[in-house]
Design a protein around this ligand. Structure first.
Ligand code: IMP
Length: 184
């Protein structure tokens, strides 16, 4: 890894080509599901930005977009279990078909909280697409309609995902060297 942005990366878990190929498949499924009607895609900031922008461009139906930001891990690699809305939607979702776009489902707590908040606003429907889902037996049961990749229960970065704010602009999903995590 000679690029500065990749310093600390131990290995690539999912390469760029595989990610883009899978996004093409997910987009085709979404085109078929909504049948030309524009869903309101709700991206969960900051991690889902990369996935959301690639996914929406791979879709051929019209879409509407909005964003929410919720509290994340900060500089830790473990969830705090406490979720807070940092930025709410600009749009009213009542009666709309909402598609939540998530980067990764780990413990499931963030998504569980978010879905609860959104459902109270009486949308016509809420569906969820997540690029990654960790194979984690202790995770809560939460609705995820489409998953890009199921991955082992380890901390990953890249393609929108960060560690202490870094690595989001890697075009692939990678695992860090232990020293990179300790060094923050
Ligand atoms: P959960 O509430 O444990 O499911 O975690 C959800 C959020 O934590 C995700 O939207 C990410 O922002 C962050 N997260 C979870 N696992 C990872 C990881 O392996 N790398 C980077 N961020 C993660």
């Amino acid at each position: 890894m000679s690029e500065l942005r990749a310093e600390g990366v131990a290995r690539v878990l999912i390469d760029e080509r595989s990610i883009q190929g899978r996004i093409g498949e997910l987009a085709a499924e979404l085109d078929a599901r909504y049948g030309g009607e524009a869903p309101l895609m709700v991206g969960v900031l900051n991690g889902a930005v990369t996935f959301m922008t690639d996914l929406m461009r791979a879709m051929t139906i019209p879409v509407l977009i909005d964003f929410m930001a919720v509290s994340s891990y900060g500089a830790s690699t473990q969830t705090s279990g406490v979720v807070r809305i940092l930025k709410d939607l600009n749009e009213d979702i009542e009666g709309k078909r909402v598609l939540v776009v998530e980067d990764i489902v780990d413990s499931g707590l963030t998504l569980e909280y978010l879905l609860d908040v959104l459902r109270r606003r009486n949308p016509a429907e809420v569906c969820v697409v997540a690029l990654l889902k960790k194979d984690k037996p202790s995770a809560v049961e939460v609705q995820v309609d489409q998953v890009g990749f199921t991955i082992p229960d380890e901390f990953v970065v890249g393609y929108g995902l960060d560690y202490a704010g870094k690595y989001r602009n890697l075009p692939y999903v990678a695992v860090l060297r232990p020293e990179a995590i300790q060094a923050g």
